[in-house]
Ligand binder design. Sequence first.
Ligand code: FE2
Ligand code: FE2
Length: 256
Amino acid sequence: MICSIFWSTVFTININRLISFNIMHFTDLKTVPVGDIVAENYHAADIFREYGIDFCCGGHKTLESVTSQNGISSDDVAQKLLQVLESPASISENYSSWSPGFLIDYIENTHHQFVREKIPQILAYAAKVAKVHGERHPENLEIYRLFTQLSKELLDHLEDEEENVFPLINSYINGEGSTDKETYLAALKKLVDDHEEAGAIMAQINDLSNGFTPPADACTTYRILYQNLEGFEQNLHKHVHLENNILFKKAEAVLA
Ligand SMILES: [Fe+2]
Ligand SMILES: [Fe+2]
């Protein structure tokens, strides 16, 4: 809680100062966790995507640290971020201002529904592409295996959130939390670990598919599969961001 308030305060002060006075040094922004930057304004996610920076599972890392890990100029990224952050997010995208209960409803009605709708479609495409093109492009056999594994893990994960952890968060938010704090925090940590695992599998699929780029001889189903996988990854990143960087921070804050 203290850490969260601290970073939130630092972030607001730094952004306001940098924007208000148009200071062209970005040292302060570089010390802010990337997940907090996206939580402030989701349009920042476009910049992180452009540079291949993980803002969801790795959202706790500072801008300085992720740019240095990826061999990217932190000044370039900071400059682009400030341009984006000058335009406030619309109310419908200002997720940080939403109540935990509303955020949970939104996550379930959009992201969980999306995962449940897309998994059977993508599995069918992946199975077909693996069967037809697996010999010439064997990476598709591994993509099918990995997506099958991811599907099972994600569906179990959604059930755990909907049946156990989200009701637990709601009970704490409403002041009715009867589970001990250690169990409550451990339940949140388990979900964060699941996200890490899912993100790692999706990153492997991204690598194997050469950034979801079909080869020149790809048929329509092949192209549709890669388009769907790319959309699935993008949706998963936002889903994990909303949970790790916004919902779970709010859920932990009620303990303070
Ligand atoms: Fe979820
Ligand atoms: Fe989740």
